[in-house]
Design a protein around this ligand. Sequence first.
Ligand SMILES: Cc1cc2nc3c(=O)[nH]c(=O)nc-3n(C[C@H](O)[C@H](O)[C@H](O)COP(=O)(O)OP(=O)(O)OC[C@H]3O[C@@H](n4cnc5c(N)ncnc54)[C@H](O)[C@@H]3O)c2cc1C
Length: 520
Amino acid sequence: MKTNILVIGSGISGLTYAIKVAGLNPQLNLVIISKNNLLESNTKYAQGGIAVVSNFQKDSFDKHVQDTLTAGAGACDEAVVRFVVEEGHERLNELIEWGAQFDTKSNSNGLHLTREGGHSEKRIVHHKDKTGLEIQKSLIKKIKTFSNISLLENHTLVDLITDHHTGTDYKRCYGAYVISNLKQEIIKISAQITVLSTGGAGQLFSHTTNPKNATGDGLGAAYRAKVFMEGLPFVQFHPTALYPKINGNTFLISEAVRGEGGILKTLSGDEFMLEYHEKADLAPRDIVARSIAEVVNESQDPYVLLDCSAISEDDFQNQFPTIKENCQKIGINPPEDAIPVIPAAHYFCGGIRVNQQGESQLKGLYAIGECSHTGLHGANRLASNSLLESLVFSHRAALDSLKQITGSLPPKEFYDAIPDWEGEQQISDLKISSIGKMKKQLQKLMTSKVGIFKTSQGLTEAELELKNIFLETRDIYQQNKLTLGICELRNMVSVAYLMIKQSQDLKKNKGVFYNHDYVE
Ligand SMILES: Cc1cc2nc3c(=O)[nH]c(=O)nc-3n(C[C@H](O)[C@H](O)[C@H](O)COP(=O)(O)OP(=O)(O)OC[C@H]3O[C@@H](n4cnc5c(N)ncnc54)[C@H](O)[C@@H]3O)c2cc1C
């Protein structure tokens, strides 16, 4: 298969990028591949909303910039923070033009704004408590209006095509080898521009708010293509995930609940957040997550409670219908009943290093959204800044790739001659049953030794244990037919390895990174 542009991933980043490019240059052909259906993504599950300065009477770009820098603990790129904050408004309007609807104030057409942890003002634009689903559905509807975009669901990135495969020295990316999940065959998609928008890797941990497909595939493929990655130790744990799992998944209790008056309490009914931070329940996420983890460790209680009784029944129903519905599934009825919560792996602040246009160090390879490292989040993401980052960088990457594609590229004959997949294609699938077991083993290891609290000894042990998992994974990879499950496991192991190595290199606690040995 040949295309001008290959987009890998169909969350907010991939879809926004593709809509932009396809609209600006209808002559170009785009292919979007998605591991499952188009909807399934981290984007679909985003509840809180998008942080955008809208109320200029009270709020300002400077305040949003400052809040982002404070959360990022001195590790943000200030220039990036500023343009992301300043361009957000225009990108949000575009999203609204494409059909996404956001809640408005009851007495006017102005957007209803809510507040989340670390924000000094109310600036979160939202659609009830299912902002991501609304955005994702609108983008899918819009993307289907373009005849120059082909959509391939149930297709999984295996590896990026680089000089390693072509024997050339253009130092570019030329597309990707992709596995069709249903037919289990590997196809080659050659492309002048390739975009990774594959999201995060929350599945590396036992408790995560991310869906099952968040296995860090883009990061794993970029690592094999020798693309530079940074900031991987900065994994944000969301402080409040619902303690009991629903159908094996951990459900998020949005920070907006605390923004509207929810208070964290011990099982004995004591408030505790003021002991840890002056902003109490609205302190930055890393502090709230660590505080809860500490309370849970000390008390040996399995969870803490989120008391929502300060929120009226009507307001809760109106603003948090999905949270209410999910709590009711396990017999809890907020705001009357307090919600049992624990921290869960939520957001990868690190990723593929990109420039201000979203391009990686490998020419023709862009990375946008959660798989990228732009410099916006630093050592800790400010709540609701990630959807914003996706919108702003999709726009920038789209404009930049349009420029690049009309510039000088390798000749057409070169793309025609790209070799087919020559990797391991065995027929036996004897060991496939062990993949699920190994994923669980890896999750357990990462949770206990590379989770909210780390120690240098724990990281050394994690490295050793990971080596065994790596060797077993390599055997499975080499001896079996390539499947979605093997691809995921291989990527998870690579990301875990990078995370451990980069954590060992960090010698100071910063943002969400916390090594007990560095506490002064
Ligand atoms: C529960 C939850 C709540 C959140 N709430 C908020 C919020 O309120 N505000 C906010 O700003 N952020 C929030 N976030 C974070 C935000 O949703 C994500 O960072 C953002 O949606 C990422 O978008 P993305 O397009 O980069 O990736 P995703 O939306 O995760 O999309 C990734 C895409 O890549 C595809 N993919 C992955 N691997 C492969 C592969 N190997 N081959 C092909 N396709 C592949 C997936 O199928 C998917 O289509 C939340 C996240 C979660 C999980």
